[in-house]
Design a protein around this ligand. Sequence first.
Ligand SMILES: Nc1nc2c(c(=O)[nH]1)N[C@H]1C(S)=C(S)[C@@H](COP(=O)(O)O)O[C@H]1N2
Ligand SMILES: [Mo]
Length: 252
Amino acid sequence: MSKFSRRRLIATGLAAAGGVAGLDVAAKLAQKYGLVPPDHGGIYGAGETLTYAAQRLLTRHSLAREFPRSYISARPFANEISPRDEAFDRMKAGGFADWRVAVDGMVARPRSLSLSDLKSYPQSSQITEVICEEGWSYVAEWIGVRLHEVLDAVEVHPQAKYIAYFSLDKDWWDSMDMADALHPQTFLAYGMNGAELPVGFGGPLRMRVPRQLGYKSVKFITRLTVTDSVKKFGKGLGSAAPEAGYAWYAGI
Ligand SMILES: Nc1nc2c(c(=O)[nH]1)N[C@H]1C(S)=C(S)[C@@H](COP(=O)(O)O)O[C@H]1N2
Ligand SMILES: [Mo]
C-alpha cells in the first residue's frame, strides 16, 4: 500500500470514528501515530484527540488565510492592558532595550535574545486574523521573525517535540508541537501595522500562531523552552488553557 493511501485510510478511520462510540477508536489510532495532545484525558479527552489527530493528518501543510492590506481592521480590539508589573514599566520607559527572551531546553546553543538580536534575523510579515474563542476577531499586519529562524539559530535537538513558551504575565504560558513551531506563519512578532508592537497587543514581543485560536498567541514573551514532553510544566496539560477548560490544541 502506498504511503499516501495508508494515510488516507488513517484519516478516513479517524473521521468515521467521529461518533461517540468511535471516540475510543480514534484515541487508539492517535496513540499509535503519536498524535495524542498533552491535555488528553478526562471526559472530553477522546474528543480533543480526534480534533488534533484529524487536523494533523488532513491539514498538516495548510496555511492560515492571509488578507490584502485593505482588510486590516481600523480599530482592532486589544483585550488587555499592560502587565501590572514594576519591572515591565521600567523596561517600557527604557524602550524595552532590556527585554530578553531566553531560548533554552533541548538546544545545542541556548541564548538570551534582545529585541535587536531578534531584529537581526530575517524579518517576515503577514496579514492575518486574530480569532478569540469568545467570538470576536480582527485583521492586522504582524511583523517579526519566524520562530523557525530562532530555532535554527539555537540548533534544536532532533528528539524535541514541543516548544513551551512563557510570558511575563505568569498566568499565561502555552506550548505547541514542532509542526506548528516550524510552520512558516508562526512568528515572534515585534511589530504591528507598520509600527512597533503596542503594549496592549503584547508588545514588545508576542507569539503569533495564526493556525490556532487567539489564546495561543501569548503576549509579553520572555522564555521559550524546547522539550520532548510538556508534562513537567504547570499541571502537565501543555498550557494554562486546559487548566481553565479550553483545549490545548485550538486549530482553526
Ligand atoms: N499574556 C497574555 N497573552 C494573551 C492574553 C492575555 O490576556 N495575556 N489573551 C489571549 C487571548 S484570549 C486572545 S484572544 C489574544 C487577543 O489578542 P489581542 O489583545 O491582540 O486582541 O491574546 C492572547 N494572549
Ligand atoms: Mo481570547
